[in-house]
Write a protein that binds this ligand. Structure first.
Ligand code: NAD
Length: 366
């Protein structure tokens, strides 16, 4: 396999996972450039890459310049969420594959445009939902694919975390409608992606109640969502940035007529319940999973996600978290916002909504 040449656009907090992934996958990729308008941040990442992977990428302040000057195969986008769509479109239109941090965009129109432009330019979009690669989550999916749950009834995603005011003050784009959304869009989207993926992947109707209880931000710091899937199963989301005094757990549960699985821990990394009507060879593998909590809630799934993305491009197949997959969690959350705004259930397929449509909503709960 040839070595794929990447540029990392955005050298903030999550960029360390991208550097680690570049190092872990050095046999199949090279980080040709790192880019950030705050040049010191890009320089620091280039140094980090030197340490981790043994080479120093070029440093750019302007990704347009890098796109014009360098031979690149892929661009990874890790800027503020509100910039993802425009940067992705620029890269796609320059013929580059795009691996974008979650959420892929903040509006259904932008996300759909990214997908249609990628198709037109024959490039692949991937979205960073790295928790799909957690070993317990992969086991859950094997059980689903093998039909071990029987008829699916329900599932839950519970994201019970704490994001304090200093977290928001550190990066003022967080919690704004223009650049981020609230805790559902920022923190809970991974759990929501796992829930929709586990319950059939075809949401039908969404109802939600959200609110801002404790944090001085525009968007919600708590959200509850009900999702009816086309196969009849119901997904329940409880997402909060307000758990006192620190992150408690992120848990995914799936319940069917002949199976029940609960994966908890700090970030869906620990199998807590694994009950099936009929035993299978995989049960022994599940028993061996240590399920230790990751160092931070981002986990280390970026390494596997990059590997899967590069292999998919190389073999002209779809990555596990393609753009078509990545759009679903984002769309469920936008539907939840619309439901909060209108007080009505929202149909998933027809949705046309943006976080900006919430700009004039007061979601504060006094
Ligand atoms: N997958 C995950 O688990 C995970 C975790 C944290 C954050 N994220 C996502 O990653 C993204 C970044 O989050 P963060 O916490 O690292 O933010 P951050 O504010 O720490 O970093 C964003 C960086 O992007 C840079 N940037 C802005 N415009 C740019 C441009 N035009 N070109 C290049 N760089 C530019 C900023 O200068 C900043 O350094 C967000 O979309 C967030 O939702 C994902």
């Amino acid at each position: 396999m040839k070595k794929y040449r990447f540029m990392l656009i955005g050298c903030g907090r999550i960029s360390k996972n991208h550097i680690a992934a570049a190092a872990a996958n050095r046999d199949m990729m090279e980080l040709a450039a790192v880019c950030d308008p705050v040049l010191e941040k890009a320089e620091r990442k280039a140094d980090d890459c030197m340490q981790a992977a043994g080479y120093r990428p070029k440093v750019y302040a302007d990704y347009h310049k890098a796109l014009a000057e360098l031979e690149l195969d892929c661009c990874s986008i890790a800027t503020e969420s509100g910039y993802h769509a425009q940067i992705a479109l620029d890269c796609i239109r320059a013929g580059k594959n795009v691996l974008v941090e979650k959420p892929m965009a903040l509006s259904t129109r932008d996300a759909q445009l990214m997908l249609s432009e990628a198709k037109a330019h024959h490039v692949t979009v991937g979205v960073c939902h790295q928790n799909r690669f957690n070993a317990p989550v992969q086991q859950l999916h094997k059980a689903l694919e093998n039909g071990r749950f029987g008829k699916l009834v329900s599932g839950t995603a519970r994201i019970l975390w704490n994001r304090s005011m200093p977290y928001y003050e550190q990066a003022p784009w967080r919690g704004t409608w223009a650049q981020d959304g609230g805790t559902l869009m920022n923190q809970c989207i991974h759990g929501i992606d796992l829930l929709q993926w586990s319950l059939g992947g075809e949401p039908d109707t969404i109802m939600a109640m959200t609110g801002n209880y404790l944090r001085d931000i525009e968007a919600e710091d708590f959200g509850s969502i009900l999702i009816r899937f086309k196969n009849g199963a119901i997904g329940i989301v409880e997402g909060t940035a307000c758990v006192y005094p620190k992150n408690l757990e992120e848990t995914l549960s799936v319940f069917g007529e002949s199976g029940a699985a609960v994966i908890g821990g700090l970030a869906v990394n620990r199998i807590q319940t694994w009950n099936f009507a009929s035993p299978a060879a995989q049960d022994a593998e599940v028993e061996k999973l240590a399920g230790t909590d990751p160092k931070d809630v981002y986990g280390s799934g970026h390494n596997s996600l990059y590997k899967n993305y590069i292999e998919a491009i190389d073999s002209h197949t779809s990555p596990l978290v393609s753009g078509e997959e990545g759009i679903k969690g984002m769309k469920i959350i936008l539907a939840a916002y619309k439901s909060q705004k209108t007080g009505l259930p929202v149909k998933f397929d027809d949705l046309d909504f943006s976080t900006l449509d919430m700009s004039h909503e007061d979601v504060r709960v006094n």
